[in-house]
Design a protein around this ligand. Sequence first.
Ligand code: C2G
Length: 443
Amino acid sequence: MKKVITYGTYDLFHEGHYNLLKRAKELGDYLIVGVTSGDFDKNRGKLNVRDSLMTRIKHVEETGFADEIVIEEYFGQKIDDIKKYDVDIFTVGSDWKGHFDYLNEYCEVIYLDRTKGISSTEIRNTNTIKLGCYGVESVTTRFLEESKYVSGINIDAIYVDNESDCFDQLKEQYDFKVYKHQQEFYDAIDAVYIVVEPKYQFKAIVNALKHKKHVLVEFPILVTDEQLQEIIELADANNRIFMEGLKTAYTPAFGKLIALAKSGIIGNILSVDANFTQILGKQLGEQIRLVDGGSVHALASYPFLAFVKLLGLDYKNIQFFSRDDNGIDMFTKMLISYEKAVATSNVAISGKSEGDMVISGDKGYIYVPAPWWKTEYFEVRFEDLNMNRKYFYKFDGEGLRYEISEFIQCILNYKNSILLTIEEIRTITNMINQFNVANKVTF
Ligand code: C2G
């Protein structure tokens, strides 16, 4: 019996996939089809796959060509599978010509002509989300750059109230339409990425939601608890997505880290320590302008993200210990108590601490080396060193592509993100607001 194997994502199943599977089957007597897992696609940079794994498997099954279906989950699995299933022929479309020649060592490699004029990416792009940038700051350049890695999105509208120097640079780098009137801007887009100073943030978000646009607002969200409640209700009433651009929440590694920590592998979590510090030097004034305050406003959203994910929403209280410079906290140590756990963090816009994270448990602990907020690697450690385990995950580029991909997915599914829920956003915003009212200790 001649066994054939082929692999693919098979997203938004189309005739190109069908033709490939048909001809793959004709190469032998028994066809194994490897369907890529969501994680594997993310790891190989294929973001924004629309169909679930189960849907993609079902579509392959329905063709009737596959005698067996396996899940492709890691780089190198093709070699393992060819050996494991005693495969005679590996085949794939001609768009991969040359890419899999190394498999000739294990079996015959055949590239079948690709069906011209159709691809999942093109189909995804037919219902492309038109995204506009409201406000321009330095992060906007990174956002535009990272958006190139996400299919199904088109950014060609910018609206700015006041043209900053970041804007002048951006205008040279990207060809997009600059709008001077908000109504025209909103008429041209489906969704908006908002980056503005805190004093304009609430009004900009409300305005976008009133224009029935999905909203992704760059962190930190610095509005009052009451204002946030109004935003949440408005988004709900208009059936629009509201998301915070806290990029770590959307990266593959961070999601796996949280899942592992909460799996019980280190027992009950007793404490979480996560710093986030910078010495901003000449950008200090810029950062203070941007967040209308100091370290807690600028950076606390990140450790607070880790705390709400690991310890939950119901903190008991927060203490702040700040190095204060004319009302601006240049360095703040935070102590957050929960019912059965405690969390600490140093945040600084003019000071440095180790940027690692330690999640302590009553059976072991997880160590995440700096910078934990861009983690690609972490270790689970125990008293018995032989039990220690290491975990690696890819973190591509600036990490914004995962956030953008999640935003598009949420819009298409009309469902707010579970990677950073509305309740978690509410709690993080509330924790920051505690700083504004707390009887903080200054030193
Ligand atoms: N295909 C085709 N014609 C098209 C589109 C796709 O023949 N118009 C083929 C591809 O060459 C591939 C299969 O259909 O052999 C599945 O395509 P995708 O789902 O895009 O899978 P891909 O990302 O190419 O992954 O490890 C994964 C595999 O290497 C292929």
